[in-house]
Design a protein around this ligand. Structure first.
Ligand code: XIL
Length: 367
């Protein structure tokens, strides 16, 4: 299995076009033709999608499965700043363009991820943020990238993971290179620049930390609500809260009541809700496959049932679709002798209990 780093390396070589060849009919016969997750979600007016990469889309069989299951994709790396702007002002748009074209040709929607983050930045960025051009370093990138895909994106993750209540600031902002260089105003600058460059794309504030049950998640939920409310009061054009939805099968289960309450408060701020990166880490637990698959499915179902109850929820994306392309197992998993199984389809693109749980959750919504 090729690691994600290797996948990135292949990207760097410039996978500019995605032209999957024709599938042999035996391979087509082999595919599951029963309705996919997107069709089931659509009956409830929800979008189902997943992260995809140019690397994965070189697999023809996977392309057939993906276009059957999903109606929305999000580039896993190709629109992170490290990928888009490896040298200052010199953009590498080819892989991102290829994904936009792919989505367009296959009738899928596509969303962008992510314009402002403290990770996945090019090495030159930090130094550039100590120059007088620092504000422009933030806004020109947003203007250039969002304008390039203007009118073609379902939504943009404008700012990703800007909160960290444990960093101890009254505004809950994470200590990042952006905060250091530009102060707390960077959030507003980013959203206004994105809105100016594409008047129609849904602008998303994306983060984690609100899914879990423990006290640190209580703090994260309170901080997130406070942050979103203040941003709305300032007139920042945030249209949706993106909840990443990374869960753990063998960690503490989510607290459905707290999650429900949190999401309804997000809704009452006038925001849509989008689950942007759902997956279920299956590290830990016992190595019996069926047991692990069921634990993953149960954790996902517990989460999605609450998420889908809320009328503000417009879609669910998983962070990938098939276990085949996941990072190789970590140290612990190696000891246990298994590969991660965090996604709806196994490494041969077969539907797992997580798939069935999601299908059921989508089907039951509104009943
Ligand atoms: C992750 C990718 O999936 C990894 O393969 C990569 O090494 C790091 O980035 N939150 C996010 C995503 O917003 O962009 C991250 O994606 C996962 C956590």
């Amino acid at each position: 299995m090729l690691s994600r780093r290797a996948a990135l390396a292949s990207l760097a070589l410039g996978a500019a076009t995605l032209s999957p060849g024709a599938l042999a009919s035996a391979e087509i016969d082999d595919l599951d033709t029963r309705p996919g997750l997107a069709a089931l979600a659509a009956q409830r007016r929800i979008l189902y999608g997943c992260a995809a990469s140019t690397f994965e889309l070189q697999n023809d069989r996977f392309v057939a499965v993906l276009t059957h299951e999903a109606k929305l994709i999000v580039p896993e790396y190709e629109m992170k700043r490290a990928a888009l702007e490896p040298q200052p002002g010199r953009y590498a748009f080819a892989p991102g363009d290829a994904l936009v074209r792919f989505a367009h040709e296959r009738g899928l929607a596509i969303r962008g991820h992510t314009l402002v983050w403290h990770k996945a930045n090019p090495p030159w960025l930090e130094q550039a943020l100590s120059t007088p051009r620092k504000e422009q370093i933030l806004t020109s990138f947003i203007t250039d990238v969002v304008s390039r895909y203007r009118g073609q994106m379902h939504s943009w993750d404008v700012v990703n993971e800007a909160l960290s209540p444990s960093d101890g600031r009254g505004d809950h902002l994470r200590q990042t290179l952006w905060l250091k260089a530009l102060g707390s105003g960077y959030i507003d600058l980013a959203f206004h620049a994105a809105r100016a460059a594409d008047p129609h794309a849904l602008l998303v504030y994306n983060d984690w930390g609100c899914e879990g049950a423990g006290p640190q998640h209580d703090r994260f939920r309170a901080a997130t609500l406070d942050f979103l409310e203040r941003a709305k009061t300032r007139g920042v054009p945030i249209g949706a809260y993106g909840m990443q939805g990374h869960l753990s099968a063998f960690g503490p289960p989510i607290d459905q009541r707290k999650l429900r309450e949190f999401l309804s408060r997000v809704q009452s701020l006038g925001l849509r809700i989008l689950i942007t990166e759902h997956d279920v880490d299956d590290a830990g637990g016992i190595s019996d496959l069926a047991v692990r698959d069921q634990a993953v499915a149960d954790a996902s179902r517990r989460f999605l049932d609450v998420v889908l109850e809320n009328n503000a929820t417009i879609g669910v994306l998983t962070w990938g679709l098939s276990d085949r392309f996941l990072d190789p197992p970590g140290f612990q998993a190696k000891l246990m002798g298994y590969s991660p199984r965090m996604l709806p389809l196994d490494d041969n693109f077969r539907r797992k209990p997580m798939w069935r749980g999601m299908a059921e959750a989508f089907s039951l919504r509104g009943h």
